[in-house]
Design a protein. Structure first.
Lengths: 308, 308
């Protein structure tokens, strides 16, 4: 084993993101000891059973004791309360990070509780699946995905940032740095607005009584089923994302509605050229994503035909 | 080889749908001879090069000569013109079908041109990928997918329907029957509205100048990239779908906008309970789709990490 990047790392919250981090940390031999804590006794029990974390603790304070790095892996709305809880137990010189999908509100919620002698370096790995919970993690989740590091202040210690960057690179991710407001706007476009739209479309289908559920389900392969995967994501996590990235999400949704109305108008008036031009333009973005290595070119994501 | 279901089948239009049908027909030994025609000389040339169709003809009339089944595999907006072209060459007693995503307007466009002595039995296989053209087809496309048969009139010959049903089952599909208006409404929910929404969201991302294209592409894995796959579908085909299923699509989009506004309002007013309940409800539909064998349960469609 090469020199570990951190001696002790504490994961607070043990869902998809934390468990995938743990398996990737083990795969790479990146850390001497990983402690873990989850609020629910059932989650802690599951974690012990499947060997998730070197040591599962009965309190967050116990988990963060002597940790060189503490990563908050709880929903965005819970970050402040967890920070308040662990603050007295943090080791001097430790780095505190998180994995929340929103960065400005996490910085605002967590910063007030942290002692002066720790480094607060928020981060956001852009990876996930529609599954959640301690058993949904896997070591490859972050391979070739992006992790965005968002230092809480401009005078954050560069060495502490480099160390956190090295951990994420060891986990398999590409690392970028960004300021919090820009992060929140980019993510509103690439993630938050698309999720709300998918949730909405699935809700509409669920509501339609004339079209029975079983028909919507049977015939979902025509496009709709892709939306249902996104709309199966963790409800608590996503509630918190929208409540904490209000402004940027609402702005993008406003733009979206404007465009949607223009396309609806083109349909109503029979303006085929407008539709054709619009649909041609959007094809190019897909090509860019595949060339950037961020999705597969295999037809239909390569998922093939499901078994009868 | 068992008894073929049809002696001669003609495929008019040689894109993803027709080429996948051809390979599935060959896989199953379902037809004695398949002829093909495409308007573009390049497509006919490609078809000959890759062995798509037993015989590629230089005109649609030549392709349909003596065919027991003619399948129109052209965009919905071109169906009427093709029907007019081939009508004089159709064999008495032949079945005419199609694969269009809209059924009412295809029936209205095609019926007037057909002679009395043929059976017109429209159909719609609910399968496809984001790729298009004669080289994008593969024999497994329809395996365990649905094909909806929509007889043009109530007195359509039951034997002709059974024969077409047998072909689609031989191709690998499950077959259902439905009337045209109900089909168009169900598809507006499961396919047409989701496609327009995906096109819109990708267009919005493309427009955002403050968020550069490269950032949208780099960070697309957070949800957005799923939309780009759908929005990479064939522009001509989709233009025609929207122009020919106006009413149902606009109705579903109206419902969608209503729900979206309600969720935007919940975000603005901080109504977390409303969001949480909505996001919980939509999870159940995903489960139903997986249980119905219409999608994979593998995280992220099982596509895994793309190569760097």
């Amino acid at each position: 084993m090469t020199q570990p990047i951190y001696g002790r790392v504490a994961l607070i919250g043990l869902g998809l993101i934390a468990s995938s981090m743990y398996w990737a940390i083990k795969r790479g031999g990146l850390v001497t000891e990983v402690t873990g804590y989850a609020r629910s006794p059932e989650t802690r029990e599951t974690a012990r059973r499947i060997g998730l974390c070197d040591r599962v603790c009965e309190s967050a304070q116990e988990a963060v004791k002597d940790a060189d790095l503490v990563i908050l892996c709880v929903p965005v709305g819970a970050m402040g309360a967890v920070a308040r809880d662990i603050a007295p137990a943090l080791k001097s010189g430790a780095t505190i990070s998180d994995v929340g999908s929103v960065k400005r509100s996490v910085i605002d919620a967590v910063s007030p509780y942290l002692p002066e002698d720790v480094h607060f370096i928020p981060a956001h790995p852009l990876a996930g699946t529609e599954h959640s919970g301690p058993e949904s993690g896997f070591a490859e989740l972050y391979d070739n995905r992006w992790c965005i590091i968002v230092p809480a202040t401009e005078d954050t210690d560069p060495d502490a940032i480099s160390q956190l960057r090295a951990l994420w690179e060891g986990i398999g991710a590409n690392v970028a740095e960004m300021d919090a407001d820009h992060h929140d706007l980019v993510l509103a476009v690439t993630s938050h607005a698309p999720h709300l739209i998918a949730y909405t479309m699935v809700g509409v289908a669920d509501d339609l009584r004339r079209v029975t559920d079983s028909e919507v389900i049977k015939y979902s392969a025509a496009g709709f089923r892709d939306f249902t995967r996104i709309a199966a994501s963790d409800p608590t996590m996503w509630r918190d994302v929208f409540l904490n990235n209000k402004e940027a999400t609402l702005e993008i949704l406003g733009r979206f509605t404007e465009e949607l109305f223009a396309l609806q108008r083109a349909i109503r008036t029979g303006d085929g050229d407008h539709l054709f031009d619009y649909f041609t333009r959007t094809r190019a973005i897909r090509r860019g994503i595949i060339e950037a290595g961020q999705d597969t070119d295999a037809p239909d994501f390569g998922r093939g035909a499901p078994k009868p």
